[in-house]
Design a protein around this ligand. Sequence first.
Ligand code: DI6
Ligand code: FE
Length: 407
Amino acid sequence: MTHDLLLENCNVATMAGPRLSGAPYGAIEDAAIGISGDRISYVGPRKDAGATKQRIDLKQRWVTPGLIDCHTHIVYGGDRANEFELRLKGATYEEIAKAGGGIVSTVKATRAASEADLVATASKRVTPLLNEGVTTIEIKSGYGLDLDTERRMLKAARTIGKTLPVSTRATCLAAHALPPEYKDRSDDYIDLVCNEITPTLAKEGLVDAVDVFCEKIAFSADQTRRVFDVAKKLSIPVKLHAEQLSDLNGAALAAEYGALSAEHLEWANEAGIAAMAKSGTVAVLLPGAFYALRETKLPPVDAFRKAGVAMALATDSNPGSSPALSLLLMLSMACTFFRFTPEEALRGITVNAAKALGLSKTHGTIEVGKAADLVVFDIARPAELAYWIGGTPTVGVMRAGEWTRQP
Ligand code: DI6
Ligand code: FE
């Protein structure tokens, strides 16, 4: 066959192949990548690439799969920089919440924002991620906590996928926090989530996955089950915010429902880890929130590793616990705080992030037949992606076969 385009004279971190026995990063040196339409039509030694209509010399640079930020809350109104200042002066998260701050203040600002406002403010935050090479982003709702605002958030997520060069996955996180009008009536709010918000938005085609914040300060395991049962009936995959601040056996619960992922997981226990290994549930670890909340309890990375649980990394970009606008910075943090290897870190934002979104068949690695989502980096070795603290060595980004930035 004749490729539409051949990227030649590059080193490719395919991120494909077995985790432990294969070449590190699934790397192929002195390689070429063929693109035809929006798909990859060749990857391998340069000399075997075959005919092409057009060719580009990448001058020995490294190519990785398009980066995937698989956990964000990047659509919201307002910001909470004022609370950051208050916390640095000694105010606690609780005091701030009592004074009308915290998640509830973001809910207020989000309810007041139009869909166009939400798209415009979120687009400004998404852009630096795209500049790094992010080609797929998951966006959660959860600052509306009523039907109309949750809908606006999910619609904004869809719109971003149409107006910016990025694929979006929209996750309904209506069970993120208790809205003020349901104070002391959390089961009634879960009724609303189960009977109205989730089924309505699912029917409107706005929901790719359902998530719950299972935590002492949010919703219980039993309430999580009720939401998951509804998702199951609607045939929508589930994800879970689990074990961020305490151990509620959320990891095991997520695994029991065959969840795509369980996320945060600092307090995950052995039984939960074993259950996740069995169900193939991805552990999404979020070093930005660990850092910004000045956590000290490390996620059990070595236990995940030994159990063979796939680990992903994401920004968790949100106005409270992780105002992160760089996915590459998360690689550095994951290596330094969590003792990831640089290779595990890159797997965490490519192949394993795709798995956490249920996109393994089409995204996350450079293989024939997969989406032509690629990033070209001006680096000498892939470990540099986790090594630099800040800086953007990205020189080219292709999404679905089209350059959004040509090298
Ligand atoms: N975990 C978090 O860290 C954030 N949400 C969640 O489920 C906090 C969100 C916020 O403070 O706005
Ligand atoms: Fe989160």
